[in-house]
Ligand binder design. Structure first.
Ligand code: CA
Length: 419
């Protein structure tokens, strides 16, 4: 599909993340006004809340945009999602008669503050990157036992914390936790020394499932509203001591950062691809009836305080072994009900080469092979480093961008227990 032309000039710039083909959904505010829903177009935001208020945009009997999240729109369902995208495309297309009443509701992104685009109901993180699982398994258990025996059969996951999910640009302090090196006799309580990132996609569930009722992969795909970039910040030293036998807990609970705009499933449709060939057949309930992944190019940048950024990894979401639809279907096999606003992390996305790995743990191979950045070397994150994930699906003369997913790790607070 080629670039769709808009009367918003900046949306036709080949460098923009937000051409008319994209139309991602966010929440913004101006000055002291309350946050409300908006749609990114070029370097502007269309204030759909004002459009609804003035009677130009009506999706339901009740108002859905004058809210600090897109959850009300998600709850309306697929027909309304398609209706909204069709109307927005009509409003903003080059030559649209609607320009006269739409243009007064455009706001410069430079003047807006962004907020969490949706209210996270619950958060589940998966482990669908094969290279990542192989690398971590090799480091922790040896090359012979790299992939756990269940990995090729089950989309492995754990239930995370919705309260840990924060918006891009929100800085936070290095966490404290229980640490125990293999040769130490006892654990200590100290700031994490091996603090890390995980490059992931987040899938947003826009429609609920019924308690006790599993959904198919096709039904699961239809339930997904859109995607964000997701950084699952991870304290490797806390993780190594705590994870057996129940998996990650405090190592993953400090923060999970998401990018600010929900890129809709509809915008990503031209970029659908199949998951990789299966080494062993999947059980029937997990088989994909059609392409359910998206080809999104991804990168990681690291910037020390006062320094310049170095891109340390480039990879693609084509590396994922399971799609979000497969993960969501598997999530419901027990009868577990899914909710509007649930967030699913894909798992760390790593390519086969060192410069395509999705975590510092892998790039530095557990700290044994520090890597060079502009102005220094790194094995793990140092205080005041800013880590940024970027992603885009590339079309003919345009790209569908996500906006940056960024955060700075501030020094650990003084001992929080003062002991
Ligand atoms: Ca993860």
């Amino acid at each position: 599909m080629p670039l769709m032309k808009s009367w918003v000039a900046s949306a036709n710039n080949p460098d923009t993340d937000f051409p008319l083909n994209n139309l991602p959904y966010g929440v913004f505010s101006i000055g002291t006004e309350a946050p409300r829903c908006g749609v990114a177009i070029g370097d502007m935001i269309l204030d759909v809340t004002a459009m609804e208020h003035h009677g130009h945009l009506k999706l339901a009997d009740h108002k859905v945009f004058d809210a600090q999240s897109w959850n009300k729109v998600m709850a309306l369902g697929q027909v309304a999602w398609t209706d909204l995208r069709t109307r927005l495309t009509e409003f903003l297309s080059a030559g649209a008669a609607a320009q006269t009443f739409v243009e007064p509701h455009l706001i410069s992104q430079a003047n807006a503050k962004l907020h969490m685009p949706f209210r996270v109901a619950e958060y589940t993180d998966f482990y669908a990157g094969r290279n990542h699982a192989t690398n971590v398994g090799t480091m922790f258990r040896g090359a012979e036992n790299a992939l756990p025996p269940n990995w090729l059969h089950i989309p492995i996951g754990y239930n995370g914390r919705a309260s840990s999910v924060i918006l891009s640009g929100t800085n936070f302090h290095r966490p404290w936790g229980q640490l125990k090196s293999p040769d130490a006799a006892a654990p200590t309580f100290a700031p994490s020394k091996r603090f890390d990132i995980e490059l992931e996609l987040g899938a947003i569930v826009g429609q609920p499932s019924t308690f006790g009722q599993p959904v198919s992969v096709v039904e699961a795909d239809a339930m997904i509203f859109g995607y964000v970039l997701l950084n699952d910040w991870s304290a490797r030293d806390i993780q190594a001591w705590e994870y057996q036998p129940l998996g990650p807990f405090q190592a993953k609970a400090t923060a999970t950062t998401i990018s600010p705009w929900i890129v809709t499933k509809a915008a990503l449709e031209p970029f659908r691809i199949s998951t990789p060939p299966r080494e062993v057949p999947l059980l029937a309930y997990l088989e994909e009836p059609g392409p359910m992944l998206y080809d999104i190019e991804l990168e990681i940048g690291i910037m020390p305080e006062g320094g310049s950024e170095t891109i340390i990894s480039r990879t693609t979401s084509a590396e994922l072994y399971y799609s979000a639809a497969q993960q969501l279907a598997h999530h419901t096999t027990s009868g577990c009900a899914m909710t509007v606003g649930d967030l699913l992390g894909s798992g760390t996305i790593s390519g086969a080469e060192r410069d395509s790995r999705g975590s510092l743990l892998e790039i530095s191979w557990g700290g044994k092979e520090p890597f060079t950045i502009t102005g220094g070397t790194r094995s793990f994150i140092e205080d005041n480093d800013t880590l940024t994930l970027r992603g885009a699906a590339h079309g003919d003369g345009y790209h569908i961008g996500f906006g940056p997913c960024t955060g700075k790790v501030l020094p650990a607070l003084n001992n929080p227990y003062k002991i």
